[in-house]
Design a protein around this ligand. Structure first.
Ligand SMILES: O=P(O)(O)OC[C@H]1O[C@H](O[C@H]2O[C@H](CO)[C@@H](O)[C@H](O)[C@H]2O)[C@H](O)[C@@H](O)[C@@H]1O
Length: 266
């Protein structure tokens, strides 16, 4: 970084520090502390999966549907999104699972088509859904269905402008442009300042772009993502349950969904 860039960054950070007095910094700190403490309440924690029961039900079922999230579920969370690649063990397990004709295995991810194709595309029996439900590729097919084909995308430029504003003011943050969904990452920024900026950015988007267009601003793992509201992982899950079900209103005998994020709750 050049001296000029260092000076500019320092100016911005200094302006942020002096923008509040001691009382307001203390209040913010206490508020965050109390929020964190209350989030340790385990009363809503997801119960551990009963593996024996799972195996029994798996063996008894004649038709099974699996829906897996990618980041944080099939790969651990890492600093650089491009480095989140599946291990050999994960690939082997997915291959084995998907090669059983009684199983339908889908990866439903926020990732774009190119990334999913690169790391999962060679397992032809897998179904893929990219960009939070914007695209679908069925097992044994190379064709992607675009579920947003007729949607107005003018919101994207407005989101990019807002994301750029925060990127310039948040050292280490960057924008990931996908075909439909847009993501602002702050994992490489100072954690507290990144979160602080993300909250402001989210409010900014909700007060502007999200009022004008039917889009949703989602908070992910050290990121903010924007996509059309009508495409989401839940809608894909509903479609698949219907598609692989045993007739009208009847889900497959065995359905297993695995995810690690709010966006996976659909
Ligand atoms: O729906 P997912 O498959 O879970 O994808 C959600 C987003 O994941 C990626 O970002 C997250 O993972 C990165 C790699 O571990 C991490 O660096 C980043 O902080 C996380 O937010 C991905 O880059 C996004 O496009 C996905 O939407």
């Amino acid at each position: 970084m050049s001296d000029k860039e260092k000076q500019d960054q320092h100016k911005k950070l200094y302006a942020h520090v002096v923008a509040n007095n001691v009382q307001s910094w203390t209040n913010n700190f206490l508020k965050r502390l109390l929020t964190n403490l209350s989030s340790f309440d385990q009363s809503f924690a997801t119960p551990a999966l009963d593996k024996t029961k799972l195996l029994l039900q798996y063996r008894q079922a004649k038709k099974r549907l699996f829906m897996f999230d990618y980041d944080g579920t099939l790969t651990p969370i890492v600093k650089d999104p491009q480095s989140a690649i599946p291990s050999d063990r994960v690939i082997r397990t997915l291959k084995t699972l998907a090669s059983d004709p009684t199983n339908s295995v889908w990866i439903i991810s926020g990732r774009d088509q190119a990334f999913l194709e690169e790391w999962m595309g060679h397992i032809s029996e897998l179904g893929l859904s990219a960009e939070h439900g914007s695209f679908m590729r069925h097992p044994n097919s190379e064709l992607w269905e675009n579920l947003t084909e007729t949607t107005d995308m003018s919101w994207q430029q407005e989101v990019i402008t807002v994301f750029q504003y925060y990127t310039e003011r948040t050292q280490g943050s960057f924008i990931e442009r996908k075909k439909i969904a847009l993501t602002w990452h702050y994992r490489r920024a100072d954690p507290e300042y990144g979160l602080y900026q993300a909250r402001h950015c989210q409010k900014h988007l909700e007060m502007t772009v999200a009022k004008k267009y039917d889009v949703e601003v989602m908070t992910g793992k050290a990121n903010l993502e924007v996509r059309p509201r009508f495409v989401n992982k839940g809608e894909i899950a509903k479609r698949l349950v219907k598609e692989y079900g045993d007739g009208p209103g009847k889900a497959p005998e065995f359905v297993l969904c695995l995810g690690d994020d709010f966006t996976d709750e659909g």
